[in-house]
Every structure is written in C-alpha cells, then in structure tokens.
Write a protein that binds this ligand. Sequence first.
Ligand code: GTP
Ligand code: MG
Length: 207
Amino acid sequence: MIIKDAHFLCSNSKIDKLPKDNMPEYAFIGRSNVGKSSLINALVQKKGLAKTSATPGKTIAINHFVVNGQWYLVDLPGYGYARRSKKSREEWRVMLANYIARRRNLMYTFVLVDSRIEPQDSDIGFMEWLGENQIPFSIVFTKADKLSNNELNTNVEAYKKRLLEDWEELPPIFVTSAETKQGREELLDFIEQQNLELENYLKTKGL
Ligand code: GTP
Ligand code: MG
C-alpha cells in the first residue's frame, strides 16, 4: 500500500467522544514502551506524528489518525504501566476494554510485544481476553533491530510454542522494527487486504 497522506484527527479519553465509525480501524496496543507510537510513525513514514518517548506512559489517550482518507490507525496507551496508581490503571483497563469490545469498525487489534523478552503474563492474558471476546488480533514483534537474526528466530519460535499451549492455531504474526522499517510492507499489505475484503463484503450486501 502506498501512503499518500496520514494525519492526526483527535485524542480522546472518553469512548463516547470517538470519531464516527465510518471507516475501517486498526488499533495498536501493548505494554508501555513496547514501541506502538514509533511503529505507527514508521508505517506512515512521518516521524513525530504519534508522540514517542523513552519514558513509558507517553501515550495517555486514544489517538486517531486518518490514513489516505480511507482508514483509521489508532495509537492506544500502554497497559500495565506500573507507575500509575492502581485506581488509574483500573480506569484505563476498563476504558480500553470498552473501546475494543464496542468499536464496531475495529477490524484488527495489533498486540505489540518486545521481541527481546519472553512471553509476559499481561500480554498472554490480554490475548486470551481478545479471543474470548472474538476480537480478531495479530501479534507484532517490535524492536527486531536490537537482536541478531538467530536470537530473533529463537524468541519468535519460543513465543509461538507458548501460544500453542492455549490456542489451536496461531494468529497472524509480524516481525518489525521502527528503526529499519522491517515488516512495514507486510503490515501495510495485510491492512490493505482487510480493507479490500470489507469493501467486497459491503458490495455483496449492496452497501
Ligand atoms: P507508551 O506510549 O509510553 O505506551 O510507549 P510506546 O509503546 O508508544 O513506545 P514508543 O513508540 O514511545 O517507544 C518507546 C521507546 O522505544 C523509544 O525510546 C523508541 O525510540 C524506542 N523504540 C521504539 N521502536 C523501536 C525499534 O523498532 N527499534 C529500536 N531500536 N527502538 C525502538
Ligand atoms: Mg505511545
């Protein structure tokens, strides 16, 4: 997919204020500092579009970006950020759960995990919740540039093995780096394919 335009639309902490659900939407989620905002910027090739930071907890609301005037890219706050109060973490958890479960145009949730670390209970638990709620998701390994190919393969294979303990089949998996743009084309092609399938489905329904 060629990115002709990508711009920031709005930032919300209340789900009843979200933009109209009239375009397919793709959300990036994962633990704080995993690289959600950086990957969004790498995808659309616009540094600084989504705010990034070396300090976890940078993204604190649901941020909508419009790509090519045709679909939404959504940057979400990281979950499991320990420095927030328990009450505030619980509020975020409920807000994110409501957003994901209720957003009608949400086509895919991309769960980002750091390719350098072993499967974390918070990520595995979140994926289980997505599965239970029948929300399509994909796993995106981030920061691949920080590992050798060998290390990367070992970690990805170990992750798949862990997933297959709970799941019969694996979700779509992408290995990415915001630094080298590894995985960028694959992710964009996947999104394009989903958009096309939706378009065709709507056509068959006469919409
Ligand atoms: P929160 O909004 O705080 O939840 O974080 P986030 O998941 O949006 O992470 P962000 O994109 O802000 O990146 C966190 C840190 O990781 C920054 O210092 C980035 O420069 C760095 N980073 C992100 N992606 C990559 C990558 O692919 N390679 C390398 N080497 N560093 C990365
Ligand atoms: Mg962020």
